[in-house]
Design a protein around this ligand. Structure first.
Ligand SMILES: Nc1ncnc2c1ncn2[C@@H]1O[C@H](COP(=O)(O)OP(=O)(O)OP(=O)(O)O)[C@@H](O)[C@H]1O
Length: 617
């Protein structure tokens, strides 16, 4: 048998060769888990897989569910290492840890880009966060981005927005090229791509793979999984790995694959596409007399193609090479692993800037927030317009008004529950690719999204409602009232944040956030007299945002104000005493401290939950 030539197509010259990635005896299992407990048997999705990804274009092909994405993810360090029962991945003879993901490039299948940003802005975002500022000046970063734009043929759409659900942006192929560019910013010597042509028409797919081919000639080893490519794409592959049911059925030069299978009795029709033909072989849609004969000798269910490959010269040659590398070339230590290229404050600056720009360019939510607060402020003001000081309506109307206001502050923040759910994919990708720390993302949401989106509308709401209702005059009282509204609102937001960081499904998150709000309302001390009813549950009031908000609003309003009943004057503190409320300064401020406590605890837990989000594929 003619031995395979392991180099790339003849005549193809590399300006620079990329690294060689080797992997030996990879065994990867998954097991279904329910409520943190493993249930059911382990499923082997990679079975004793060994191979070499050489400089050039390395394609991993196979039917759906064959394990091609799993193989790509394991060698790229993106799959949960807990499932790796055995095996080792090395780059140029150095053992690789799961952190390889940070020092190489990984392009995910579903492009995760900021839709309100142009192609150039997205690339610059990546450059700003992933290039060390002490090594690259702003000019250098701009030059790098321009170079990538030119290299990927993105000149015509460089200043076009990527696009959102409301904004038509660049085409699918341009999005994919931009996603590739985001990774090229760091000049990775290894580039992994998960099905880069899925969802693209054949011409666009062709141009993407051609560009990857060009990159591979300039020192980047390109490795990707791919579904049935057309012939012009197949021709660009240097190395081909064919997977079937978690095992390799071929791994070697792409231009030798047809000859290898011809030796097994599979002959391609004259006008058939080799990629289609190879997939038909693995799917069992093409038969070979040699293999039919062999099948009868193997145990039932045994993957005959995989067994045959393991016995082949080409595989023995790979094993020999792996052995040699392990013995002679093995360098103790690890391939370059991650860390962040930029400091915490620099990241915070860049990410906050993007969050603010994104908010300004996609202002629907901010406008809605502002309008709802103004309308509610006017509505509350009209319903409780200039509440008199005469009893009993003075107390009845104030009590109703405060309950209405606090309820609005709490329930108007249900929308905050979507904050980490909407951006979960982009956060996971950017965080695991080393763009920024989790704390940076979290703080950017607080400083650049939450505070402006809540503080300004709530202050407007408070001013409108307060003066229309004719509440306790004096700027100090208004300031304390506005502070109470802001803290009540932020406490509700922090509960929503906690749910948002813990649950990935919007429908479930909505339920989980509405439930505690309803409980807090019932046990806030306004709807139920907790001394006579449900006394065994009365401890819940200590966790109620309603209780603290209402108590603070009452104290602020009744303290220092006199009311009139049948011609006599009754100080507001009398009413406060009857309600069991402490009218002293501490009586008021203890509620603010409690609200701040709820905010701090929920925000801290949200951050912990964000850190705990599963980043593995
Ligand atoms: N995290 C996981 N949890 C459960 N099953 C998994 C997981 N990862 C992979 N699998 C299973 O392993 C098998 C191989 O999956 P993989 O995604 O690698 O296949 P694939 O060849 O890339 O298929 P496709 O082309 O459809 O993406 C499938 O049966 C898949 O359901």
């Amino acid at each position: 048998m003619k031995m395979a030539n392991n180099s790339v197509s003849p005549g193809e010259n590399f300006q620079q060769e990329g690294p060689t990635l080797t992997f030996s005896q990879l065994n990867y299992v998954i097991q279904e888990t329910r409520c943190c407990r493993k249930i059911g048997p382990e499923k082997h999705i990679l079975k004793n897989v060994s191979g070499i990804m050489r400089p050039g274009v390395n394609a991993i092909m196979g039917a759906t569910g064959s394990g091609k994405t799993s193989l790509l993810d394991v060698i790229a360090g993106r799959k949960n290492p807990a499932g790796l029962r055995q095996g080792r991945v090395m780059v140029n003879g150095k053992v690789v840890t799961s952190k390889l993901g940070i020092s190489s490039g990984y392009v995910v299948q579903d492009d995760v880009l900021m839709g309100t940003f142009s192609v150039r802005e997205n690339l610059l975002f990546s450059a700003n966060l992933r290039l060390n500022p002490s090594l690259y000046s702003n000019m250098d970063k701009q030059a790098k981005v321009n170079e990538i734009i030119k290299e990927l043929g993105l000149e015509d759409c460089a200043n076009t927005k990527i696009g959102t659900e409301f904004l038509r942006g660049v085409s699918g192929g341009e999005r994919k090229r931009c996603s590739i560019g985001m990774e090229l910013v760091t000049s990775p010597s290894l580039l992994f791509l998960d099905e880069p042509t899925t969802g693209l028409d054949s011409n666009t797919a062709n141009s993407i793979i051609s560009q990857l081919h060009n990159l591979s000639r300039k020192g980047t080893t390109v490795i990707f999984s791919i579904h049935q490519p057309r012939y012009s794409i197949f021709k660009l592959f240097d190395q081909l790995t064919l997977m079937h049911k978690g095992e390799m059925v071929y791994s070697g030069p792409a231009n030798y694959a047809l000859e290898y299978f011809a030796n097994l009795g599979y002959h391609i029709d004259q006008f058939n596409n080799p990629a289609d033909f190879l997939m038909d072989i693995t799917n069992g849609q093409v038969t070979s007399s040699v293999m039919e004969f062999e099948k009868q000798h193997y145990a039932d269910g045994q993957n005959t193609l995989a067994t045959r490959y393991q016995q082949s010269h080409i595989y023995q040659h790979v094993l020999q090479e792996l052995d040699q590398m392990n013995q002679s070339n093995f360098v103790k230590g690890q391939a370059k692993s991650g860390g962040y290229a930029t400091s915490f404050f620099y990241q915070l600056h860049v990410v906050c800037r993007r969050t603010i720009l994104n908010m300004l360019r996609n202002p629907q939510t901010s406008y809605a927030q502002m309008s709802v607060n103004i309308v509610f402020g006017i509505l509350s003001g009209l319903i409780y317009y200039q509440i008199p000081l005469t009893l009993p309506e003075a107390i009845q109307n104030r009590t109703g008004a405060f309950f209405f206001l606090i309820m609005n502050m709490v329930f108007a923040n249900l929308s905050a529950v979507e904050i980490f759910i909407n951006e979960r994919a982009i956060f996971i990708h950017e965080n695991s690719s080393g763009y920024y720390r989790t704390s940076v993302y979290f703080l950017s949401k607080i400083f650049a999204d939450l505070l402006p989106n809540r503080l300004i509308p709530i202050t407007a709401f408070s001013a409108i409602a307060y003066y229309m209702m004719g509440l306790n005059p004096g700027i100090k009282y208004f300031a304390c009232f506005a502070l109470t509204m802001v803290l009540t609102s932020l406490a509700a937001v922090s509960v929503a944040f906690l749910v948002s960081a813990s649950v990935s499904l919007f429908a479930i998150a909505n339920l989980f956030v509405a439930l505690p709000f309803v409980f807090m309302m019932v046990f806030g001390g306004f709807l139920v007299d907790l001394n006579s009813m449900l006394s065994w549950l009365s401890w819940i009031k200590w966790f109620s945002i309603f209780k603290y908000g209402l108590d603070a609003a009452f104290i602020n309003e009744f303290e220092g104000q006199n009311f009139i009943s049948n011609g006599s004057v009754i100080p507001g503190v009398v009413f406060l005493e009857r309600q069991g409320l402490d009218s002293s300064a501490w009586g008021f401020w203890q509620n603010q401290v409690a609200l701040l406590g709820i905010i701090t605890v929920c925000m801290f837990l949200s951050y912990v939950q964000l850190r705990r989000i599963n980043r593995w594929k």
